[in-house]
Design a protein around this ligand. Structure first.
Ligand SMILES: [Zn+2]
Length: 536
């Protein structure tokens, strides 16, 4: 059974699926695994007929602790301040640092067909919804300390309390520690040296820790979110799922302090970015919003859903990773459409395909049957000057593209251009030469020229139109001339591109003007080295 269906089969009654994130900077594409897994679970619950709500929280009361993202003069002032109260980076129209970075991330969700109800902790605290949990945590501070000792082997001092106050003097929260609780107010100090990454102002005083003047420690805040929103399922990254880690602590706090059974856990593995060739200077990189701009949404979903969540994914957007991702998606689509495909299929390929689709109500069989142009072919066609791309692909399909297929093509054109610009290997980039290249004049052997001559003649008779037909002819003539296929392809690449490698030759010739191809083939075949130039 598909992992999300299996999980859904263990549940009954109304469900609330939740995740949350600290918006501390640009998030890379791997961070989308959580939301995609979340959405797949929500869809599986819905498919099972359960009432299900999808929630996503922004932990924007967390302190700013990423110095690299601040200008030098802002470091002293804003390190340790709640992210909701740090200004947005220059040039951003957002109301705060948190709104800016969380906004970028949340905007990508909608484009991926993920539509959670979002909440911001900077709004939840002032609403008073957290106050009962703050009170419980303070009343039971000794038991919280005992949980940290027992579950996580963390020893807090006897006067440590599990809330942090927003300093009334300097506005920082990361630098304050609460040392007393009288049942209505806490006593706190804003210490210069409490943490290494931010400097407190030295202020101290008594304050009522409610209504947003203080926040719970992170593990407690997590457990409080479960109670406030009635969360029943919460997947989390495996970094949080280690023994004694954040999830274990939050689970224990939920049970023992807030007296509520924690939500069903569902740990998922990471997507690792292994891009040694990536550099941000060329606009490369793997920021979530960059990848979402590049890949069509169903391909982003598929990137994560192709494998079970407990399977780590290595993703290097450079090289052939992206064409291979498209090829694998198309292969699974073809299998869902009932066509024969090469290679082994994942056992749940129908569900993988269905959950990769943007629209949860789409008909997977109809979607799978659509014509999807090969990504490498699209990447080839966009490099041919003046090519009638849609016309070419209609030839490959054998019929005009319908509206949905035109959208698929537009997505792939955009992706191919971005891939060629930033990630493609050099061999995938080429330019068809206007004149017979010098490299062909010097590099073609006699039997290769004879081969190109034969190709010119045969194609004038056979008139191949599709890339497939050209490819067949190229192979057949090479065989007839007893020319190794590699030498035959090299001859074509030399004649058109001035080099010995290139994209699929059949598609290349099919994409070019018929007269231009014929003339070039004849020219390359008939050209013989000028004896003077050859000896010079
Ligand atoms: Zn202070």
């Amino acid at each position: 059974m598909y992992w999300a269906d299996e999980l859904a089969s263990r549940l009954s009654g109304p469900q609330v699926v939740n995740d949350s994130k600290t918006p501390s900077g640009t998030v890379h594409v791997g961070s989308l695994r959580g939301p995609v897994v979340l959405d797949a679970i929500w869809r599986a619950l819905r498919d099972r007929g359960l009432e299900a709500q999808l929630l996503y929280g922004v932990d924007d009361m967390d302190p700013m602790d990423a110095q690299a993202l601040l200008t030098p003069d802002a470091v002293e002032r804003y390190m340790g301040v709640p992210l909701a109260r740090v200004p947005a980076p220059e040039g951003s129209g957002a109301a705060s640092y948190a709104r800016h970075f969380a906004g970028l991330f949340l905007d990508t969700f909608a484009g991926l067909g993920i539509h959670p109800r979002t909440y911001w902790m900077s709004e939840v605290y002032p609403s008073g919804a957290v106050d009962p949990y703050v009170r419980l945590a303070l009343d039971r501070a000794d038991r919280v300390r005992e949980i940290y000792r027992r579950v996580a082997n963390v020893q807090h001092s006897a006067d440590w309390h599990p809330v942090q106050v927003v300093c009334e003097d300097c506005g920082k929260i990361g630098t304050t520690i609460v040392t007393q609780w009288d049942g209505e107010r806490v006593f706190y100090e804003c210490r210069a040296d409490l943490v290494a990454w931010a400097r407190g102002c030295g202020h101290s005083g008594w304050v009522e820790p409610f209504g947003g003047r203080a926040k719970l420690g992170w593990n407690l805040e997590w457990a409080a979110q479960w109670g406030i929103f009635g969360v029943t399922v919460e997947p989390n990254g495996k970094d949080l799922a280690t023994a004694g880690g954040s999830r274990d602590r939050a689970d224990a706090i939920s049970r023992e302090i807030f007296e509520r059974e924690p939500p069903l856990n569902f740990p998922y593995e990471f997507l690792n970015i292994s891009g040694r060739k990536m550099s941000t200077s060329k606009g490369r990189g793997a920021a979530a919003h960059t990848m979402v701009d590049l890949l069509p949404p169903e391909l982003v979903r598929f990137l994560f859903l192709r494998y079970r969540p407990n399977h780590a994914i290595d993703f290097d957007p450079a090289g052939d990773t992206i064409p291979r991702l498209f090829d694998e998606f198309d292969r699974i689509a073809a299998a869902v459409a009932g066509r024969d495909v090469k290679g082994e299929l994942p056992p749940d390929h129908e569900r993988i395909f269905a959950t990769s689709l943007l629209d949860p109500d789409a008909d997977p069989a109809a979607e799978a049957a659509r014509f999807r142009p090969d990504f490498s072919q699209v990447a080839l066609l966009v490099q041919l000057p003046g090519a009638d791309i849609e016309g070419r692909l209609a030839v490959e399909k054998g019929a005009p593209l319908d509206m949905a297929e035109q959208v698929i093509l537009a997505d792939r054109l955009r992706a191919a251009r971005a891939w060629l610009e930033a990630y493609a290997p050099d061999r995938a980039r080429f330019a068809v030469r206007d004149e017979l290249p010098m490299e062909a004049r010097h590099g073609l052997a006699d039997e290769q020229r004879a081969y190109l001559g034969a190709l010119a003649q045969s194609s004038a008779v056979a008139r191949p139109v599709s890339g497939e037909a050209w490819q067949d002819l190229i192979f057949r003539l090479a065989e007839e001339a007893a020319l190794p296929a590699g030498r035959a392809f090299a001859a074509i690449y030399l004649a058109f591109l001035g080099r010995t490698n290139g994209p699929r030759a059949g598609w290349l010739l099919a994409g070019l003007d018929r007269e231009f191809v014929a003339e070039r083939l004849r020219g390359a075949a008939g050209w013989s080295p000028d004896p003077e130039e050859a000896t010079a």
